[in-house]
Unconditional design. Structure first.
Length: 68
């Protein structure tokens, strides 16, 4: 399975350990989940933005400025 080795400062590592403990996860699980969740969130936002840009002309044409 592919892996990634990332360096953190002592302060960053302490913060990550604290967040992992609060989430009830190991540090490895927490960093994995947060990283994948962020990648998925970015993909969603990009898709939503593209869809909004696609439909915006029809929306602005259908609804006059005072109705938007």
């Amino acid at each position: 399975m592919p892996a990634l080795n990332i360096e953190f400062s002592a302060d960053e590592m302490a913060r990550l350990r604290e967040r992992a403990a609060l989430a009830g996860k190991s540090l490895k699980e927490h960093v994995h989940d947060v990283t994948v969740d962020e990648a998925d969130r970015i993909k969603f936002v990009e898709g939503a933005t593209a869809e909004a840009e696609r439909i915006l002309p029809a929306v602005t044409e259908h609804f006059p400025a005072g109705q938007r």
